[in-house]
Design a protein around this ligand. Structure first.
Ligand SMILES: [Cu+2]
Length: 138
């Protein structure tokens, strides 16, 4: 019994080190995670180096299986332009499911952010869970 648990932990550790960017494994994961689980208690604020787009037109680029910037500050009610420069489809999925937009390869989408109250929202790509970022509204 105890050795089984140890084996599972070792397997999990190995997957954690080597399992990044594997679409075949990621496809079945599904669902945005619990927002509370992604931020340690007492650290609910946005990253200090968050790109500020509150004065202009917020734009997010997806390239090489990563969001750029990884943290974006926008005004409440604004529209977010997302460009997918990869040969793979990606999604912009806000934790909690308020926004879940699929972007085909090479496409550009404009997403209305009216549904988001001021706050900090972790987001990711539904197909590739290691692709994560933070959207700060307000
Ligand atoms: Cu993706």
């Amino acid at each position: 019994m105890r050795s089984t648990l140890v084996t599972v932990l070792i397997v999990l550790a190995l997957v954690g080190c080597t399992g990044r960017y594997k679409p075949s494994e990621a496809a079945g994961a599904g669902g945005a995670g619990d927002p509370a689980a992604e931020s340690p208690a007492g650290q609910t604020g946005p990253p200090a180096d968050c790109a500020d787009a509150t004065g202009g037109s917020p734009t997010l680029t997806i390239s090489d299986f990563a969001f750029d910037p990884t943290c974006l500050r926008v005004s409440a009610g604004s529209r977010l332009t997302i460009r997918n420069e990869d040969a793979s489809a990606h999604s912009f999925t806000v934790s909690g499911g308020a926004i879940d937009e699929t972007l085909e390869s090479g496409s550009t989408d404009e997403i209305r952010l009216d549904a988001l109250e001021p706050g900090t929202y972790p987001f990711n790509c539904r197909f590739h869970p290691p692709m994560t970022g933070t959207l700060v509204v307000g």
